[in-house]
Each structure stands twice: as C-alpha cells, then as structure tokens.
Design a protein around this ligand. Structure first.
Ligand SMILES: [Zn+2]
Ligand SMILES: [Zn+2]
Length: 264
C-alpha cells in the first residue's frame, strides 16, 4: 500500500491510503480545489476511494467535508466512518446518512484493507488513529501495514501497540518545545499544545519511535508539523540521529502543509 499525504498541518489535513484495489481517505480538511490539484499531482485515482475515515472534529480535519464530498459526486453515497463523539461534534456529519460508527478497539475491513481503530489523546470528544493492513493477495513490495497517528498529546498504550510492527509509520511530530515556549502563541494556547491532550512534540515523537524501531519498519513520515513552532529540518535531523544510534535503515520523510507527498 501507498500513503498519499495531500496536506498535513494545522491549516488542513487529508491523506489517502491506496492498495491495489481500494483507496481510503483519512480526514477532509482541505479545500476541494487543493484536494483535486494535489490528487492529480500525485496521480491519485479519485474513483478508487471507497470510504472516508475521520480522526476527530477539529476544523483542520473536517472543514472540506461538504464541498469535497459534493465535488466527489458521492454525497449521500461515500461511506463515512468516525466515532460517535466526532459525529456529534461535526455539524456536517450530524445529518449525513451513509455513516458507520467506529470506536477504539474496532477492527473492520473495507475492500482489501483492514482498519484497526485506536484511541488518541486530544482535546476533543472521541479522537482516534488507525492501523491499516493490506489483506489482499497482490503483494507488490510496497507497505503491507501502515500506522497513522496525528493530533495526540501522548501516545496511548493502545496506540503504541497498534503502531508497532508497521512498515510505514505516519506519526505526528508537531512542535519543538523550545520554539513553542519562546514562540508567538498566547500562553493558554502554548499550554494546550504541550498538554497530554494537545500535540506530540518532536521529543515525544522520538520517544515513541524509539519503541517502534522493529525490523519491518521501512519508512517514517513526520506529520502535522507546526509552521510557527517547528521547522521540518528539526524532526528530520532528530529522527535521523535516532535511527543512526540504533543502526536502523528506515527512510525519513517529513509531510508538508502545502506540498503533497507519496510514500510506500
Ligand atoms: Zn489537526
Ligand atoms: Zn486536532
């Protein structure tokens, strides 16, 4: 499977997991225009998208829902999967009909992709992350297991378990603590970001990664990088150092807010 990150960060999140027969969209926080342009940049076939999975109700993850789903010619048809808490707190989803409720601990299969749902820790009703496993029979050398977690102040025990053994890990590495501390945000916002229900810092992400450096891990993609309190070079360098220390050969990619990327 491949992971296409169309955009990642506080201005909008949208990604697509693609297997030989099935694509799943994760979050819908870009404008329809950006979504379309970036899918075309990465040669993503929109017609293969079988479902949309929503991690939580923050605007940067759901603000494109209405327009994008209409644009994708599937309003009322595109199946949406999210937790009850996310649905209750997302206006657009409250009346959406083709909706399936998921919760942490669930395991479901869509096409040839199994999705395991785990809880994250964030200041919203019922946030989740996902582990995707390819269960089809056309192995093409790309990733078979992909872990995906953003917007979490800590890595919950269930998340740690679900993120282990992955070939590709998409993990939040949101802020540099020093930059956050000395940065322009008001103190309440700094406290929120650094809290257990905020976002994973670079250091926290490295701690988590340190526990996940298994033999099967081939690629790490740093996600949800803050434009004010981080710089892509910092997590890239720190993760490289961690890998070198552990004599691990995984590739490191940093996702962008505006530059779409495909990893596999
Ligand atoms: Zn976010
Ligand atoms: Zn959030």
């Amino acid at each position: 499977m491949k992971l296409h990150v169309l955009g990642s960060g506080s201005k909008g999140n949208c990604a697509i997991i693609e297997s030989p027969t099935t694509s799943l969209m994760i979050d819908c926080g870009l404008t329809r225009k950006a979504q379309k342009t970036r899918m075309s940049d990465l040669a993503v076939d929109e017609g293969k998208i079988r479902a949309l999975l929503v991690t939580h109700e923050h605007n940067d993850h759901v603000k494109g829902l209405g327009v994008c789903l209409r644009g994708m010619h599937c309003e009322g048809e595109m199946p949406i999967y999210c937790t009850a808490g996310t649905r209750e707190n997302t206006r657009y989803l409250a009346t959406y009909e083709n909706f399936s409720k998921i919760k942490a601990g669930d395991s479901l299969t869509i096409g040839d992709i199994r999705v395991d749902v785990f809880n994250t820790s964030h200041d919203v009703a019922e946030p989740v992350g996902f582990r995707f496993t390819y269960v089809g029979d056309q192995p093409d050398g790309s990733s078979k297991i992909i872990g995906y977690m953003t917007d979490s102040g800590i890595c919950t025990p269930m998340a740690l378990e679900m993120l282990s053994g992955c070939n590709l890990l998409a993990l939040e590495t949101n802020h540099d603590l020093k930059m956050l501390k000395n940065g322009p945000y008001p103190s309440y916002l700094k406290a929120r970001i650094a809290s257990d229900k905020g976002h994973l810092s670079n250091n926290q992400a490295e701690d988590v990664l340190g526990k996940l450096l298994g033999n099967d891990l081939r690629c790490i993609i740093g996600m949800h990088i803050s434009q004010e309190n981080n710089s892509p070079e910092i997590p890239a360098r720190e993760i490289q150092t961690l890998l070198q220390k552990n004599d691990h050969g995984a590739k490191v990619v940093i996702a962008g807010q505006n530059i779409p990327k495909t990893v596999m």
